[in-house]
Ligand binder design. Structure first.
Ligand SMILES: NC(=O)c1ccc[n+]([C@@H]2O[C@H](COP(=O)([O-])OP(=O)(O)OC[C@H]3O[C@@H](n4cnc5c(N)ncnc54)[C@H](OP(=O)(O)O)[C@@H]3O)[C@@H](O)[C@H]2O)c1
Length: 264
């Protein structure tokens, strides 16, 4: 079957910008891309963690293999300034991953507008701030790849997911529309849908996480998905298979199934 995206098989000479790279899945992905020969730009708020990631890969007197671009993704001007620095250093961006996110469990009986909006700003508006920078160049060149990290929590409504889930559902729809609009122009679009990955984000969970994997395993699955030219890259499949099945259930069956599996 023809791949949905131009397969990303050779990362040598490519510049990949990972937004949300200071820890967890983003950090592991940045390191995996470096190991495959890419030049990587890393962004997040924690500049110290980014410098620590970069240090072993950059040599004095040589152009940096890791470009450190600290930013808060909610701040459109900061994202624009980082993008300008990246272009000045590399001339072009070939690949971008919007991976930054915040997550706090929230249920409707404790509705907190501030928490709702904080998730929207980082997870969704952050993606728009990044897109606003890279899209014009990609469209002009008829090349490039936009990857967005969603979540299985965006498939359908889940308990404790009041603030987080809707932002991931929005990102899913956003990635689908981007694909529809950009595919014919030669631009790749992919949607990363992780199950449970052992990171600072999920350390907050107070329940047993089924099929939990390491960030390195997640990065491996992502690179494999990009290599195959997949649109949706979901993992680990032993978990996401069931989540995708749940996605198809009529509400009459879906709501009782969620209550049964989560006990909530
Ligand atoms: N872990 C899982 O099981 C799981 C499951 C489904 C989806 N995901 C998704 O995977 C992605 C990575 O999450 P993770 O699990 O690896 O968690 P993580 O280790 O907490 O990584 C989140 C990243 O986002 C960055 N970030 C947060 N707020 C930011 C802001 N305002 N501006 C810029 N960067 C910001 C963080 O860096 P700073 O704090 O330094 O800014 C960090 O680099 C997220 O999109 C998450 O929703 C994770």
């Amino acid at each position: 079957m023809k791949p949905l995206n131009p397969p990303l098989t050779d990362w040598h000479g490519k510049t990949a910008w990972i937004v949300g790279a200071s820890s967890g899945i983003g950090r592991a992905t940045a390191l995996a891309l470096l190991a495959r020969g890419a030049r990587v730009a890393v962004s997040a708020r924690n500049g110290e963690a980014l410098e620590e990631l970069a240090a072993p890969h950059n040599e004095a007197g040589q152009p940096p293999r890791v470009i450190v671009l600290p930013l808060d993704v909610r701040d459109a001007a900061a994202v624009a300034a980082a993008h300008a620095r990246l272009l000045a250093a590399t001339g072009t961006v070939d690949f971008v991953l919007h991976n930054a996110a915040t997550y706090d469990a929230l249920r409707a009986d404790a509705f907190a507008l501030e928490t709702m909006l904080a998730h929207q700003q980082v997870n969704y508006v952050g993606a728009l701030n990044v897109l606003a920078m890279v899209l014009p160049g990609f469209v002009a060149r008829g090349a490039g790849h936009i990857a967005i990290t969603g979540s299985v929590a965006g498939f359908r409504g889940l308990p404790k997911s009041l603030a987080y889930g809707p932002t991931k559902a929005a990102l899913t729809n956003l990635a689908e529309v981007l694909y529809v609009d950009l595919h014919a122009r030669g631009i790749g679009v992919s949607l990363v849908q992780p199950g449970f990955v052992d990171t600072a984000l999920t350390a907050k969970n107070d329940f047993r996480m089924p099929a939990l994997i390491t960030p390195d395993k997640a990065a491996e699955a992502m690179l494999e998905g990009w290599r195959r030219g997949d649109f949706e890259i979901h993992f680990p499949r032993r978990f996401t298979f069931w989540m995708k099945l749940m996605r198809l259930l009529p509400y009459r069956l879906y709501f009782p199934a969620v209550a049964r599996f989560t006990g909530l």
